[in-house]
Design a binder for this molecule. Structure first.
Ligand code: SF4
Length: 369
């Protein structure tokens, strides 16, 4: 795309900043969301992606587990949570049931187990400690990426501990890093409406700051496509960027598409494919200090995730294997993809697949043979 095209779109100053390696601000981000030419925004995002990663696209061999969907919070967008243990579809797995899920896959070349749960009012803290110890006992080599900042805040409040004491205890039991869930949209206006009774943005960011200070890495998400404004999306990205300036601990930014089935926001439409592509592209352009933008294929849909690899994304998440949160909200993707499926998706999109571990180190398949 040439300079005259960006001039006709009124983006010359933004292109100039990107050329000079300068940071974009709030109004730049909003203008990128409002620009009528999605492909021009995508072209700029792809240029930044290729500067950092060329065509490389990461994925991992992971297993996702959700031990309970009993949750005391009432997030309007959530189709997964059940308030009480006896509610229809409520479930809480025993420790042995959770561990069995890994035991039966113990021979797989897994590199990561990812655990997130509802905020269960009655489980003791030992349940989570024993869960981590048990998973490590079965596969000591597997990286445990477990518990959102919202869950960690809930543990601290429920068990009368500080956030730091919770993190230290879980790390001693085997926790390796934090997933990015629970961020939703940081803006207080939105949180008051869609998730008023769980940890707020400051607490979410404070827990990630603490985790980074203790030597852990984490990710950060953004739930988009519901009641948030474009300013609130960009503000969200900038709050993540500001913490990253302080700590450098975020590995990936993960846009999560709102899914409207079976929740209290079901009257809203799901975000369109073009909105999804644009969110990934703007994230790549705003987040100059977070290395990876992930197109989580379960949230975007497989086909859109493939296209997102040309709109700023350089990671597809992984094999997943079990997923309830998005499928209870209407996701029509499969629950699992094999590594061969993922590699084919990446190659047919014209990109180069690289299997990574949770810390983005390439996994050498030969080492496993
Ligand atoms: S999003 Fe998480 S915290 Fe909110 S209701 Fe669902 S499970 Fe509970």
């Amino acid at each position: 795309m040439d300079a005259s095209h960006f001039r006709s779109l009124g983006l010359t100053d933004i292109v100039g900043k990107l050329d000079a390696g300068e940071r974009l601000d709030l109004s730049d981000g909003v203008r990128l969301f409002e620009c009528p030419d999605l492909h021009a925004v995508g072209w700029l995002a792809n240029r930044e992606r290729e500067k950092r990663h060329r065509g490389v696209t990461y994925y991992n061999f992971n297993l996702r587990l959700e031990a309970t969907n009993v949750c005391v919070a009432s997030c309007l967008f959530c189709s997964f949570a059940r308030l009480r243990p006896g509610d229809a579809d409520a479930y809480t797995l025993s420790l042995e049931q959770v561990l069995d899920k890994l035991r039966k896959r113990a021979s797989q070349p897994l590199t990561e187990v990812h655990v997130v749960n509802g905020l269960h009012p009655d489980l003791p803290f030992d349940y989570y400690l024993d869960l981590l110890r048990g998973l490590k006992g079965i596969r000591p080599d597997v990286h445990l990426k477990c518990f959102t900042a919202v869950e960690l805040a809930f543990f601290a409040d429920t068990y009368g501990m500080t956030d730091e004491a919770v993190l230290r205890a879980l790390m001693a039991a085997g926790l390796d890093s934090l997933p990015g869930g629970g961020a939703e949209i940081f803006a207080e206006r939105v949180r008051r409406k869609i998730c008023h009774d769980k940890a707020d943005a400051d607490r979410y960011l404070a827990i990630h700051r603490l985790a980074h200070g203790l030597g852990m890495r984490s990710n950060v998400t953004m739930l988009y496509g519901h009641i948030e404004t474009m300013e609130e999306r960009v503000d969200h990205m900038m709050r993540a960027r500001a913490l990253q300036d302080e700590t450098g601990g975020f590995q990936a930014f993960i846009p999560l598409a709102f899914h409207p089935d079976n929740n209290q926001m079901r009257k809203l439409p799901a975000p369109s494919a073009s909105d999804t592509l644009r969110v990934h592209a703007v994230a790549r352009l705003m987040l100059d200090n977070i290395p990876h933008i992930k197109a989580f294929w379960i949230a975007t849909g497989v086909e859109v995730a493939q296209i997102a690899l040309w709109y700023g994304a350089n990671d597809l998440d992984g094999t997943v294997q079990e997923e309830r949160i998005y499928h209870m909200a209407g996701s029509r993707t499969p629950e699992t993809l094999s590594t061969a499926d993922i590699e084919r998706l990446i190659v047919t999109a014209g990109r180069q697949p690289v299997e990574r571990d949770t810390l983005y180190r390439p996994v050498r398949l030969a080492a496993r043979a």
